[in-house]
Design a protein around this ligand. Sequence first.
Ligand code: FAQ
Length: 311
Amino acid sequence: EDEAFLAAFQERIDAEQKIEPNDPMPEGYRKTLIRQISQHAHSEIIGMQPEGNWISRAPSLRRKAALMAKVQDEGGHGLYLYSAAETLGISREEMYDQLLSGAAKYSSIFNYPALTWADIGAIGWLVDGAAIMNQIALCRCSYGPYARAMIRICKEESFHQRQGYEILITLCNGSDEQKEMAQDALNRFWWPSLMMFGPSEGQSVHSQQSMLWKIKRFSNDDLRDKFINATVPQAEFLGLKVPDLELKWNEEKQGYDHGEIDWDEFWRVVKGDGPCNRERMRTRRRVEAEGAWVREAAHAYAQKRADRQAA
Ligand code: FAQ
C-alpha cells in the first residue's frame, strides 16, 4: 500500500465520507473492522445465554414475553452484525470457527452468571446501558454497513435498558428482601459493566489507530466516564448504593471520580478464566453441533433449487 493511497483514504475519512464494501481500503482498516464487528456479533450471541436461562423462570407472563423478545433481539443483532462483517470478505463459517477455537473474543461481561431475577434487571439496566453508550458513538463509525446496523440496534437496546430498569424499580418498591436482591445484583454487576468499555488509555492497543480511522469516536475511558455520570443518578433514584467507596462528584470536571478498576480480574476473564467462560463455550459448541443438521438441510435445499434452475 503506497503512501499516496493511504493519504487519500485518510482524506476521505477526515471529510466524513462513509466507506462502503466495494471501496478500496487499507488492509489494516479491513482487519480492524472484521475483528471488532465479529467480536461484537459473538458478544450478542454468547450474551443470549445468561438471560436465556431465566426465560422459563420469569415471575409473570408479561415479564416472560418482554425477556423473550429481548433475547431474540440479541440473536437478531448477532446475525445483523455477522452480515455487516461478511461485507468485508470473511465468511460466517470462518467467524464461527474463530469463536469456537478461542481466536476471537467476546465481551467479558457475559462470563458472569445471572444468579437471581434481580440480575435480569441489572443486566438490562447496566449491561445494555453500557452497550448503548458505546454503540451510540458507533452509529457514526466511518464504515457504512456497521454504522447503519448500529442505528436499529441502539433503538432495540434502549427498550432492553428500560425493561431492565423497570424490573429494578419494581423490586426496589417491594419487600426488604426484594430490595436486597436488587442491591446484591448491583454489587455484582457494577464493576464488570465498567470493564465492558475495555482497558484504559495505555493498555488500549487499538484505540489510537481506530480513532484516526473514525471507527471509534471516543476513548474507552471517556465512554466509561459518560456511562458512570449517566448511571449514578439512576441508582440514587432506585435508592441503591453504587459499590464504590471512592465514587465522588467532582464539581470542577462536572463528573464523578471513581475507584480503580480491578484490571487483573478483567484480563483474567478476557483470557478465559472468568466464572462462566468454560460453560459459555461448552454451550456454544453443543448448540453448534446440535444445529448441524439444520445447516446441512438448508445447504441441500439450496443446492437442489440451484440444480433445478440450471436444468
Ligand atoms: N471484553 O485496544 P482495545 C452487547 C479486548 S454489548 C473482552 O481497547 P478495541 C449487547 C479487545 O478486543 C458488548 N475483550 O480494543 C448485549 C482487544 O483484544 P483483540 C459488545 C475486550 O477493539 C447486551 C484488547 O482487549 N459490544 O453485546 C474487552 O479498540 C446485553 C485491547 O482492547 C461491542 O463489542 C471486553 N470488555 O476496543 C447483548 C462493541 N474490551 O481484539 C446481550 C463494539 C477490550 O486485539 C445482553 N466494540 N477487549 O484480541 C468496541 O467498541 C471495541 O471493540 C471495544 C474495545 C471498546 C470493546
